[in-house]
Design a protein around this ligand. Sequence first.
Ligand code: AVJ
Length: 322
Amino acid sequence: MMRPVQLRTLDEATQAPTDGFLADVIEGLSRPAKRLPSKYFYDARGSRLFEAICETPEYYLTRAEIEILGDHAMEMAAAVGPRRIIVEYGSGESIKTRLLLDHLDATAYVPVDVSREPLLAASAAIQTEYPKLKVLPLHADFTRPFNLPVGALGRSLVYFPGSTIGNFEPTEATALLRNIARAPGCEGALVGIDLVKSKRVLEAAYNDSDLVTAAFNLNLLHRINSELGGEFQPGRFSHRAVFNEAASRIEMYLVSKIDQVVGVGGRSFSFRAREAILTELSHKYTLDGFSDMSSSAGLTLTQAWTDDAARFAVVHLVRRAA
Ligand code: AVJ
């Protein structure tokens, strides 16, 4: 039997996570067009619901990305080169991380995540399965510039799977890519992106018939209630996800079923019937469009791998020589 591994996180997060959560909720609900940041979906229950989304027949993204890694991990390893530090944006809880680590000959693995517990659990599991790998979990918000305490260890590669980059507005996504391009020692990135396809297929993926995505969306209100003393009645909101073709993105909303007033953190917020809170953007790219965005951030798209049905892509971005 393998011995369980004890790991500690390297800490970049300076404030208590709840401080940021409450401030972000108040700020987002105070806007004329209300919104809540999608990064707060992933508490323990939200993470489980996301995993359940990946099992639904409609949500093809995860299966397509796993197919790509299964078919092309060796080519990716050849493109990346040996003995790199792999810095993963996200806690690396998935089969995708393992498919990559199995092929990449990495010297160290640094998962970066805002949620400490899932980060530690995932890192300990990886350390147990890969005893020779140096696993250094970093508790940090990768949406802001952060120090990578591994600069001295050698050259690194960012692994950013899942089309999580699609959650960001193009300007924010470009800034995030620019941070990757500027990080000391970083040579490039492997990024998973979801590709543009028919509105019907896209909207089905975010409106699964078992209502798992609806539960995932509504979980944000449960989380505000339990962690911030919010007084939402989640049954008074409904899930909506639509493909905005002009902006090439899925927009996910929580829609108020009635006129209502809800207290959060000593304040109250009013909602009109049918008023929508934007909870998530999920951009869908063309390879050319993503290549242009990467290029404006100082990264060159050198290779792209897709699944057989060309639903999803994993792209290799290389830092452009200055
Ligand atoms: C994990 C951010 C890639 O945008 O498709 C799944 C999250 N939201 N169903 C996505 C999500 C609704 C997912 N990402």
